[in-house]
Design a protein around this ligand. Structure first.
Ligand code: WT7
Length: 634
């Protein structure tokens, strides 16, 4: 029992040692004591990182929603599972008890069944941060359907690509969404996407903004009347440990988005365990993660991890700046939030505003502050620590990825001494390795390299939907027998890890993972564009912003118009988050003799670090570098 909750540094080191020396005993101990199984596993772990293949708790039978909801009903039916805070500052928060959540999930699950959704079918969820989003996720899991939530800021093209990639039968959406003082026509975006998705049979529509929308006869159905008519009980589908739970798309450095597939038992055990420890959640605490459920952070640490622990998880519909920049702190005060988990980009944006927004609120309920999504810079860390944490609230800088399912490297608050910008120590069961360019592991401390993980943990993604070879190529071929994260990291003299950032062509903008290739594809779709290359450059609030170098087929009169059109194309094909901050129309791109664009050089020019461009001797035409530096920006 004691291993589930780590409460001292000594205990952490002891548990960590055990988890590495005897991983199977360690994880089976956690799994056995803290979850509800219809049948125990025959084998704890089978794995081979060469193939690659990983199976945890093979032979076990369970349903994750029984673990997240039903099993709490005997002790906390009336306690709040989800605390919903609407966009409207004058709107009332809604407390959804575990009993009520159970009923809503069952009704929703029955609606899915009535529409012919069965175990293994894919359901796309394209919803704003309203209760129906969490409920529909859980309803899919209730009946064994595979949910794939698409962040409701993605465009119609991005949505249709994802729908088609996983052959979804159904889309769940709403009439629209609120974003601060604006509304967004979500259903219109879905309609547009579905022009390209012949396999979708039905669309369920939640009513949120009461706008007048088009409902296609036979395909589109209002959710509310169907929920009202459905039975409020639904037996959970009993799943195998390795049955798929969800697909979540993430950008790669090349090609279309990768549908990361997570399976049931390992994901449940790992997210629950890390939630408990990384947030030191205690009975009665109010926990708030500001992410959207459209990202992995929301899946693991708004929905599954907290609910598996019987926690109260706050779900906020809106943005940090509505009606003004005190909104986060007002919510913390009003709901006496104990754990607050957000992204560095939000911290940096709020740190730019007047401290009055912070100081007029009582933040004394806070016990733990979290950061996730990108490296947190020193300045933002100190602002968070000084003004939000009042210098006595530990900050957990938690490092992980869509692919890892849960937090892999993070301080445990009140246990691990923190150090600004350091994610500190691996969670139990996580065996990091730093690798050099020759593929050798770098041992010892005060070293830097590429971050790999040597041993499987329960919530590692099992494959890329429909493309296992790509899964192998992307994560398991750079360093034989190891999972490669795509990040660089350093290990300090005490063994603490600091993540230094991506070492591939993925750029993290405002905490969103953006691959260069899909953006370049969108730009190249412009009839006047010959070629393009995207790089990131440092940005005060976003962390990185996007800089596009574009060559044209022939000169154009109005470059400003062209730039506007390029950003429109990007918005349409990916979403506004991928728009370029700067566009340079250039005569040529620096290429190697083999035709590869040397982004390293473009990155330096974009970041104004032109003093030392490094070796440019392998360029086909070194002159091009000078002309790029001489060109003016539009
Ligand atoms: C990439 C994964 C994990 C949920 C949100 C992002 C970067 C994430 C940190 C951190 C430095 C971080 C990494 C990682 N990242 N957390 N605490 N410190 N970098 O999930 O979209 O899959 O992105 O985000 O570069 O590889 P994701």
């Amino acid at each position: 029992m004691s291993q589930y909750h780590i409460q001292s540094l000594e205990a952490y080191f002891k548990v960590y040692r055990e988890s590495v020396n005897r991983p199977e005993e360690f994880w089976s101990g956690i799994a056995q004591d803290h979850f509800l199984w219809h049948k125990k596993w025959d084998r704890v772990l089978a794995w081979d990182f060469e193939k690659p293949e990983v199976r945890w708790f093979e032979g076990a039978k369970l349903n994750i929603t029984e673990n997240c909801i039903d099993r709490h009903l005997s002790t906390k039916a009336d306690e709040t599972a989800i605390l919903f805070v609407p966009n409207d500052p004058n709107g009332e928060a809604e407390k959804i008890s575990y009993r009520n959540l159970h009923e809503r999930v069952c009704r929703f699950a029955n609606v899915l069944k009535n529409h012919g959704i069965k175990k293994g079918d894919r359901v796309i969820i394209y919803l704003p941060m309203i209760p129906e989003l969490a409920v529909s996720v859980l309803a899919c899991a209730r009946i064994g359907a595979i949910h794939s939530v698409v962040f409701a800021g993605f465009s119609a093209t991005a949505l249709s690509t994802r729908i088609n990639d996983c052959d979804a039968k159904m889309v769940i959406t709403s009439d629209g969404s609120y974003r601060g003082s604006k509304t967004i026509d979500l259903k219109g975006i879905v309609d547009q996407a579905l022009d390209d998705c012949p396999a979708v049979q039905s669309v369920l529509v939640a009513q949120r903004i009461h706008s007048d929308i088009h409902m296609q006869e036979g395909r589109d159905h209002w959710l509310a009347p169907e929920l009202a008519a459905a039975s409020s009980s639904c037996e959970p589908e009993i799943m195998d440990a390795e049955d798929p739970l969800f697909i979540l798309y993430t950008s790669g450095s090349t090609g279309k988005p990768k549908g990361m597939l997570h399976s049931t038992a390992g994901y449940m055990v790992y997210t629950a365990y890390t939630f408990k420890n990384c947030f030191q959640y205690e009975e009665g605490d109010i926990y708030w993660c500001t992410a959207d459920i459209g990202w992995i952070t929301g899946h693991s640490y708004i929905v599954y991890g907290p609910l598996a622990n019987g926690a109260t998880t706050l779900m906020y519909e809106g943005v940090p700046s509505h009606p003004d920049c005190s909104r986060f702190w007002q919510i913390v005060e009003e709901h006496k939030v104990n754990q607050f988990y957000t992204a560095p980009t939000a911290i940096r944006a709020l740190a730019k505003e007047s401290l009055d927004f912070v100081n007029k609120h009582d933040l004394s309920s806070l016990k733990v502050l979290g950061s996730v999504g990108e490296p947190i810079n020193e300045e933002a860390w100190h602002w968070y620590n000084d003004h939000i944490g009042k210098k006595n609230t530990p900050i957990i800088d938690s490092w992980w990825q869509t692919e890892t399912g849960g937090i892999l490297i993070s301080p445990i608050p009140y246990v691990t001494p923190t150090k600004p910008t350091f994610a500190t120590l691996p969670m139990p069961g996580i065996q990091p390795a730093l690798m050099d360019e020759n593929g050798q592991e770098i041992h010892g401390n005060q070293v830097q390299g590429r971050l790999c993980i040597k041993y499987p943990w329960p919530s590692i993604a099992r494959t890329i939907w429909g493309d296992h070879l790509r899964y192998k190529d992307t994560y398991f071929s750079a360093f034989a027998g190891k999972y490669f994260t795509g990040d660089g990291a350093l290990r300090d003299e005490t063994g603490y890890y600091r993540i230094t950032g991506r070492v591939d062509d993925v750029i993290i903008v405002s905490g969103h993972n953006l691959g260069t290739a899909p953006i370049e594809d969108a730009i190249n779709a412009h009839p006047q564009v010959a070629e393009s290359a995207i790089v990131g450059y440092p940005h005060d609030i976003k962390g990185n912003a996007l800089y596009g170098y574009v060559t044209l087929k022939s000169p154009v009169e109005n470059q400003e118009n062209l730039c506007r059109e390029i950003n429109q194309l990007i918005s349409q094909q990916i979403g506004p988050i991928a728009k370029l901050d700067k566009i340079q129309i250039t005569q040529g791109l620096p290429k190697t003799r083999s035709g590869k664009i040397m982004r390293r050089i473009l990155r330096k020019i974009a970041s104004n670090e032109t003093d030392n461009l490094g070796d440019i001797s392998t360029l086909l035409d070194p002159e091009v570098v000078k002309s790029i530096m001489d060109e003016a920006l539009v």
